[in-house]
Design a binder for this molecule. Structure first.
Ligand SMILES: [Zn+2]
Length: 216
């Protein structure tokens, strides 16, 4: 099984992919993680990539494709994997197809977690985090007993920079403009499966499994 999980920030992609990797014994291939590792190992490619990442920019298609190509050649990626954070552009999606073709392999499915933009905004903007112990709260879904104070340790609750309205809007917009063409690309190939992300974690996971059952 070779799958790709897509969805906007706040769609719960991280926890869903964690569970998928465990249950299906997939090799998790995360480009962000690979860049950090290559950088730690002082590889030229990693050093170059971190220069982009540290500036908040997307790493070039060339560098990203190269690190993925090398990773896919390792034996643990031969049978099944879950790709995380890649492809980010149509050019990368095309490059991935070429790589897999050469390996006489192909993607099993592309799972797209679909969420309501307004709900995502509410979900993310209401999040508060404890400055002292890191516990998460939510103004609507999991409010603290006393406003602005952590139940567990009495620490001060604050809103993370990237949870602020303008920032969340910005991230959602970037996602939409960059990924819509990729979603269309895979829809045209007939391997795209949309899953309703506006449900409980367990229900979303169940639907992903059903979608995988149809294509596997
Ligand atoms: Zn606390």
């Amino acid at each position: 099984m070779k799958i790709l999980l897509m969805g906007p920030p706040g769609a719960g992609k991280g926890s869903q992919s964690e569970k998928l990797v465990k249950d299906y014994e997939l090799t998790n291939i995360s480009t962000g993680e690979m860049f950090r590792e290559a950088n730690r190992n002082n590889e030229q490619l990693g050093i170059e990539a971190m220069r982009f990442i540290n500036k908040g920019k997307l790493v070039s298609d060339k560098i990203t494709n190269e690190i993925v190509r090398k990773r896919l050649l390792r034996p643990d990626a031969e049978r099944c994997f879950l790709l995380d954070g890649y492809p980010r552009t149509v050019a990368q999606a095309e490059a991935l197809d070429t790589m897999l073709d050469k390996m006489e392999s192909k993607l099993t499915a592309v799972i797209n977690i679909v969420v309501d933009k307004q709900a995502i905004l509410e979900r993310m903007v209401g999040r508060r985090v404890c400055k002292s112990c890191g516990l998460s709260y939510h103004l609507s879904f999991k409010p603290p007993k006393q406003q602005g104070v952590c139940d567990a340790c009495g620490g001060e609750l604050y809103q993370r920079e990237d949870d602020q309205l303008h920032s969340v809007k910005n991230r959602l917009e970037i996602y939409e403009t960059k990924t819509k063409p990729i979603i269309e690309y895979y829809a045209n190939r007939g391997i795209l499966r949309n899953v309703n992300g506006m449900q409980s974690f367990d229900k979303v996971y169940e639907d992903i499994k059903k979608a995988l059952g149809e294509v596997a």
